[in-house]
Design a protein around this ligand. Structure first.
Ligand code: CA
Length: 481
C-alpha cells in the first residue's frame, strides 16, 4: 500500500533545447524515490515553433518526427525520446499521463475564404455587424507529414471561429457560418458563451472532426502506452463531446484510462455541475484550493487558517479531485498568474501531501525551479517522504486557532511506524496538546522537517504539546532508531 503522487513534469519557461524528455528520463529514479506514482507530461505534439509549449497545437500527429514549423524535434525532444521516457517510467512502476489539447489548433498552413460574422468578445451571442467574407488561417495540410498516420486535412468547416481576418488585417472573434454551425451550447457561460478561447476553435459537433479526434486519441495513447489523460481547457469544450472522448478512450484503449480536466474557475458549484455532467468519470484540478493558498500567502496573519478548505473541491467532492499548489499557468508571467507566496509554499504542500483526501500534484517549477532558478527540492523532500512513509490511517482535525491548525494521521498497521501530527502557523509560534492514544505512551517523536529541534516523549495518553514555529509547518512523527 502506497500513497499516490502526481508530478507535473514541466513549467512554462523550460529551455527550448529539445532535451526535456531526456532530462525527465534521467530524473525518473529520483522521482520514484520521493514517491511519484504518475507523471503528467506537457503536450508532446508540434506547436507553432520549437519554442511552443505545445498548447498552441499545430499537428497532433507530429510528436517530433517530421520537418514542420522549421524543426523536427519539439520543444521537448523527439518521438523516440518520448517513448524512451515512457518505457523508463513503466519499468519503474510509474504511470504516464498525456496532455490533450482538443479545443483549438494554431499555425495553419494556408488561408481560405469563407463567410463569418464578427461577435462581441464580451458577449459572444451578440453579432457586431453583418456576415461577410473573410480570409482565415484554417487550412491544415501538413506538407511535412503528408498522409502518414492520418490523411485528414482540416479546413474552415471543422472550426467554429477564428480571431483574425487576413484580408482586412483586423482582429476580433469571427464566428464561421455554414450548415449546422455555431458555438457549442454546453460550455462555460462566461462572456455569453465561452466556447471560443483562442486560435482556430475546433468544431466538435462536426461528425468528421469527432471521428478524427477519437481515432487520433486511440493512436496516440496506444502508440506511446499512455496510462491517462490531462484534458486542457475543458470549460471551452462541449461537455457531451468531452464525456464521449473519455468513454471512447476507455473503450478503444483501456478501461482504466485515468482522466483529469483543467476547469479554471474557483466556483466550486460550477465544478460540481461539470463533474455531474461528466457522470463523475473524471477528476478536476482544485483551482479553488489553489486560490485559497494564494490568498493565505498574501494575507499572512490576517488570514483565518481554519477556513483554508472552505469552498474547495477537495471538501465538496474528495473523490474527484487533484489538489495542487501551483502550475504552468499560475507561475509568474503567465496569463493566469496567481503564484502562491514563497513562505506559504511548504504549508500549502503539507496541506495537499499529508491529508487523506485528494490526489496531490507536485509542480516541476516548485521542485526543480523556474527558468533555471532555484527549486525547493530540499525543503519539499521532507514533506514528500512524510507522504510516502507516514501519512496513513484515519485523519483528525484540530483547527484550534485562527492562526494555527493541526491534523493527525493515526497511522496504519500495514505501514510500520506510520502516523503523524502536522501543525501549521501563519502567525506566531504556536501549538496544542494532542493525545494519540495509550498504545503510543513513552514513544519519542521528532519533527521530520527539522524546523523544530526538540524531541517529545509522549505521556501515558500518548500525548504531548505539538509545537510549530511562526509562519511555518512541523510534521511530528515517531522517531525510529
Ligand atoms: Ca471551444
Amino acid at each position: 500500500m502506497n500513497n499516490g503522487l502526481l508530478f507535473q513534469g514541466f513549467e512554462w519557461e523550460l529551455p527550448a533545447d529539445s532535451k526535456h524528455w531526456e532530462r525527465l528520463t534521467g530524473a525518473v529514479p529520483q522521482l520514484k524515490d520521493i514517491g511519484v506514482s504518475g507523471i503528467w507530461l506537457p503536450p508532446a505534439y508540434k506547436g507553432t515553433s520549437v519554442f511552443d509549449t505545445g498548447y498552441s497545437a499545430y499537428d497532433l500527429y507530429d510528436i517530433g518526427e517530421f520537418e514542420q514549423k522549421d524543426t523536427v524535434a519539439t520543444k521537448y525532444g523527439t518521438a523516440d525520446e518520448l517513448q524512451t521516457l515512457i518505457d523508463t517510467l513503466h519499468e519503474h512502476g510509474m504511470r504516464a499521463y498525456a496532455d490533450v489539447v482538443l479545443n483549438h489548433k494554431a499555425g495553419a498552413d494556408e488561408t481560405e475564404k469563407f463567410m463569418a460574422v464578427p461577435v462581441d468578445p464580451d458577449n459572444r451571442s451578440e453579432e457586431l455587424s453583418e456576415a461577410r467574407e473573410i480570409e482565415g488561417w484554417t487550412k491544415f495540410t501538413y506538407p511535412g507529414r503528408g498522409d502518414q498516420y492520418s490523411s485528414f486535412k482540416w479546413n474552415f468547416n471543422h472550426f467554429t471561429a477564428i480571431d483574425f481576418d487576413q484580408a482586412s488585417g483586423e482582429s476580433g472573434i469571427y464566428r464561421i457560418l455554414g450548415d449546422n454551425k455555431g458555438f457549442a451550447v454546453a460550455v462555460d457561460p462566461e462572456y455569453g458563451n465561452y466556447d471560443y478561447l483562442m486560435h482556430a476553435d475546433v468544431d466538435t459537433a462536426h461528425p468528421d472532426v469527432r471521428e478524427e479526434l477519437f481515432s487520433w486519441g486511440e493512436w496516440y495513447l496506444k502508440r506511446f502506452g499512455f496510462d491517462g489523460i490531462r484534458l486542457d481547457a475543458v470549460k471551452h469544450i462541449d461537455e457531451p463531446f468531452m464525456r464521449e472522448f473519455i468513454e471512447q478512450m476507455r473503450a478503444r484503449v483501456n478501461e482504466d484510462i485515468y482522466a483529469v480536466g483543467e476547469y479554471w474557475t474557483s466556483d466550486v458549484e460550477r465544478m460540481r455541475q461539470y463533474l455531474d455532467s461528466m457522470q463523475f468519470h473524471m477528476q478536476l484540478f482544485d483551482v479553488a484550493l489553489h486560490f485559497n493558498f494564494q490568498r493565505a500567502g498574501m494575507e499572512g496573519e490576517a488570514f483565518d487558517l481554519r477556513t483554508i478548505f472552505d469552498n474547495t473541491l477537495v471538501k465538496a467532492n474528495p473523490l474527484n479531485v487533484v489538489t495542487f499548489v501551483d502550475n504552468h499557468d499560475s507561475q509568474p508571467g503567465q496569463a493566469l498568474e496567481s503564484f502562491v507566496d514563497d513562505w506559504f509554499k511548504p504549508l500549502a504542500y503539507a496541506l495537499i501531501l499529508l491529508r487523506h483526501d485528494g490526489y496531490p500534484c507536485l509542480f516541476y517549477g516548485d521542485y526543480y525551479g523556474i527558468e533555471g532558478g532555484e527549486g525547493k527540492e530540499d525543503l519539499l523532500n521532507h514533506l514528500l517522504y512524510a507522504r510516502k512513509e507516514k501519512a496513513y490511517g484515519p485523519e483528525e482535525d484540530y483547527f484550534f486557532d485562527e492562526n494555527a491548525i493541526a491534523f493527525v494521521r493515526k497511522g496504519d498497521m500495514e505501514v510500520p511506524h506510520s502516523g503523524l501530527v502536522c501543525v501549521l502557523s501563519n502567525g506566531a509560534e504556536n501549538g496544542t496538546y494532542i493525545a494519540l492514544g495509550a498504545d503510543r505512551a513513552g514513544q519519542t517523536w521528532i519533527d521530520m522537517t527539522g524546523n523544530r529541534g526538540e524531541e517529545l516523549t509522549l505521556d501515558e495518553e500518548g500525548g504531548a504539546d505539538f509545537l510549530v514555529n511562526g509562519g511555518s509547518v512541523s510534521v511530528w512523527v515517531e522517531k525510529v532508531e
